[in-house]
Design a protein around this ligand. Structure first.
Ligand code: PHE
Length: 330
């Protein structure tokens, strides 16, 4: 049986060693059969035979483990040589990536407001009914809740349907003066040419003590912002309704495709709707315990801006990961 010590020592690879393991240590291996012989021996003989066998087993085990260690090391060494990467090599065929158009548009929007001294304020994607609806003057059974078909969890938790709940979180945690934007993902049960279940908004909120903030301030900042985004466009404010602003307006820009002459994209009106806004509703101030303040809020859809900026006809194509689209943004 000593020959196995030699055999193990000279095994060439892990495969050969595994075969030897079965041959020596396996259930029907030489050790097991030798130990089985013990039964057939007389008592005196048993003792010396068992002693020899045990020390042989010990030696075999030691030799085997040492060999296995060696072969494993060799094996990883070879693998590392074969699969190693020389990070100093320059690859001329290496292609650069690009920001996703939605991210790039988001960055451009954020840049404007950071320059105007706004701070960024983020909020959770999983919201509760209070922040997403109730405090925004959308009490239970308010019909405007249906405008934003909601993904609900248990216990009146939900995926936020707009970034407006961050208005509430901001006002609850800070005192005026407030000047923030809240960029982020929002969710609605919607899927067609111009809607995906997840999209992105940027919310704006400005609140000051007293009556310092007026609708003209709101008009100024949004007109300036939209000119920054779209260049030489006309901007108009249309009376509208949001439960959390009063008065409220929707903001249109003159159609960037037909320059206001009327085309399919603007449904032949010459105008494109791009924003919702208004003066913060007194009921919202009440919900957050604010008194004697004035302020405005606005909200916009980032995907809509990206589509207009890059003339992308189908919103869904922004989320298909199709390289033919994405590579155009390098
Ligand atoms: N939260 C509104 C929406 O999702 C947008 C909005 C924000 C309107 C702030 C007015 C003021 O449609």
């Amino acid at each position: 049986m000593k020959k196995y010590i030699h055999k193990i020592k000279s095994a060439l690879d892990l495969e050969e060693l595994e075969k030897l393991r079965i041959e020596v240590f396996g259930k029907k291996g030489v050790l097991a059969t030798s130990f089985a012989k013990l039964k057939t021996l007389a008592n005196e003989e048993k003792k010396s035979y068992a002693g020899e066998l045990n020390s042989l087993k010990q030696e075999l085990t030691k030799v085997f483990n040492a060999k296995k260690d060696n072969l494993l090391k060799e094996h990883t060494q070879k693998l590392m040589q074969k699969e190693g990467v020389d990070v100093t090599l320059f690859d001329a065929a290496c292609e650069s990536g690009a920001l996703h158009p939605v991210q790039a548009t988001m960055d451009k929007i954020i840049d404007y407001f950071l320059n105007m001294n706004y701070e960024i304020q983020e909020g959770p994607l999983v919201e509760d009914d209070f922040h997403n609806f109730e405090a925004l003057n959308l009490p239970q059974f308010h019909p405007a809740r249906d405008m934003q078909d909601t993904f609900y969890f248990k216990d009146s938790m939900l995926l936020r349907t707009h970034t407006s709940p961050v208005q509430i979180r901001t006002m609850l945690s800070k005192k005026p003066p407030i000047r923030v934007i809240s960029p982020g993902a929002v969710f609605r049960k919607d899927l067609d040419l111009t809607h995906t279940p997840q999209f992105h908004q940027v919310e704006g909120l400005v609140v000051e003590e007293g009556d310092k903030v007026s609708f003209s301030n709101l008009k100024f900042i949004l007109e300036d912002f939209l000119t920054y985004m779209f260049g030489d466009v006309k901007v108009r404010f249309r009376p509208s309704f949001f439960p959390f602003t009063e008065p409220s307006a929707e903001v249109d820009i003159s159609c960037i495709f037909c320059k206001g002459a009327g085309c399919r994209v603007c449904s032949h009106t010459g105008w494109l709707e791009v924003l919702g806004c208004g003066m913060v509703d007194p009921n919202v101030y009440q919900a957050v315990g604010y008194e004697n303040v004035s302020g405005f809020a606005f909200g916009l859809g980032v995907e809509r801006f990206a589509m207009l900026l890059h003339k992308i006809p189908d919103l869904r194509s922004l989320y298909e990961g199709d390289l033919r689209l994405l590579e155009q943004f390098k």
